[in-house]
Design a binder for this molecule. Structure first.
Ligand code: DAH
Length: 341
């Protein structure tokens, strides 16, 4: 039978081993080191595992004592191990965060829109404002096709095929007669009269197309907002009232306006409406009383019904509103331009 001393010499002292282990845990600074420690002491060939394997050679009393000792050591180890491992992991996470640190308050040199959100096109901004104003005045907003017939674009507006007024608008024709890219949104006057009858008040915003020589004020694609009001006994007085109300809402002050004679085959009398702005007269919008021929095309008796119509140059209005010096910016799709709105 072996005595206690000889057994203590041949088998590593559990307590000493535990002290070594706890010291090693204390000094470990990475989870990798911790894993290695665990294997070194409690792995298949670990120091404590070896002790347990060797208990088979001891007498039962000693075996039990040593077994308990190793178990206690293991419990102490596990408690300390998990504490230290948590601390290390916390440290490692902090280090990782510090490496990936991002100052969200730093000014970016990329505009925020590049993150995916867009901005509203200036034409849409002004169009919506105008639509709101007109809705408040009892007008409906209507939409018509951009490729339209010669009838709605010209004939219904009192511009027959031989009429020299056709030369006022250089037209982009499609290869399928009699269709064309609408040259103005006045196409919606007779279309609306045929669809809705009278009385009626509408505005028709939208894109128009002309075969233009391009420069800072001419573009093949531009925006208009045509409008009309048809009712009994409509006079130039109504026209002036509505146009002044509109301009007061747009500009925010009582507008001083004047009407000059203007020629458009679909109005009689026809006017150019100018506004006094920055100490000079600014040509703003063509308008007039609807020509009897136009009302007739719309199925109305001009003795019973009258109307006024106007053609707001939306692109023009947007340019003065935002001080845009070149109409071509608006169709350019240039993000440097668009991101300013
Ligand atoms: N449609 C015309 C153009 O583009 C503008 C216009 C003039 C519209 C007078 C109207 C109007 O409704 O009454 O040249």
């Amino acid at each position: 039978m072996r005595d206690g001393n000889s057994s203590e010499n041949s088998i590593p002292n559990v307590k000493n081993l535990l002290v070594d282990l706890l010291t090693a845990i204390e000094q470990a600074s990475s989870s990798k080191e911790m894993d290695e420690l665990k294997v070194h002491y409690f792995g298949k060939k670990g120091l404590f595992t070896n002790i347990l394997k060797s208990v088979g050679n001891l007498d039962p009393e000693k075996r039990k004592e040593l077994g308990l000792e190793v178990n206690d050591a293991k419990k102490t180890f596990e408690a300390r191990f998990s504490l230290q491992l948590n601390a290390i992991k916390q440290n490692e996470e902090n280090e990782q965060l510090a490496k990936e640190w991002l100052d969200v308050t730093l000014p970016l040199n990329i505009p925020p829109q590049s993150s995916g959100s867009g901005s509203i096109h200036p034409v849409s901004i002004v169009r919506k404002e105008l639509e709101d104003i007109f809705l408040g005045l009892g007008f409906d907003v209507v939409d018509g096709p951009e490729v339209d017939s010669e009838f709605f674009n010209f004939e219904s507006l009192n511009i027959p095929g031989t009429h020299p007024a056709r030369d006022m608008q250089d037209t982009i024709w499609t290869t399928k007669a009699p269709y064309l890219m609408r040259t103005h949104t006045s196409t919606n006057q007779v279309r609306t009269l045929l669809e809705r009858g009278a009385p009626v008040r509408i505005v028709a915003p939208g894109r128009c197309f002309r075969y233009e020589r391009l420069d800072a004020t001419h573009e093949h694609t531009f925006y208009q907002m045509d409008g009309m009001m048809v009712d009994r006994k409509v006079s130039v007085g109504h026209l002036i009232y509505f146009m002044k109300t509109l301009l007061r809402k747009i500009y925010g002050f009582e507008p001083k306006i004047r009407l000059r004679p203007g020629y458009f085959p679909f109005v009689e009398p026809g006017f150019e409406l100018d506004i006094w702005f920055n100490n000079r007269w600014l040509e703003l919008l063509p308008c007039g009383l609807m020509h009897p021929e136009v009302l007739k095309h719309g199925g109305l008796d001009p003795k019973e019904w009258q109307g006024f119509a106007f053609g707001l140059g939306l692109s023009r209005l947007v340019m003065t509103r935002f001080q845009i010096d070149d109409i071509r910016h608006m169709q350019s799709g240039d993000l440097r331009f668009l991101r300013q709105f």
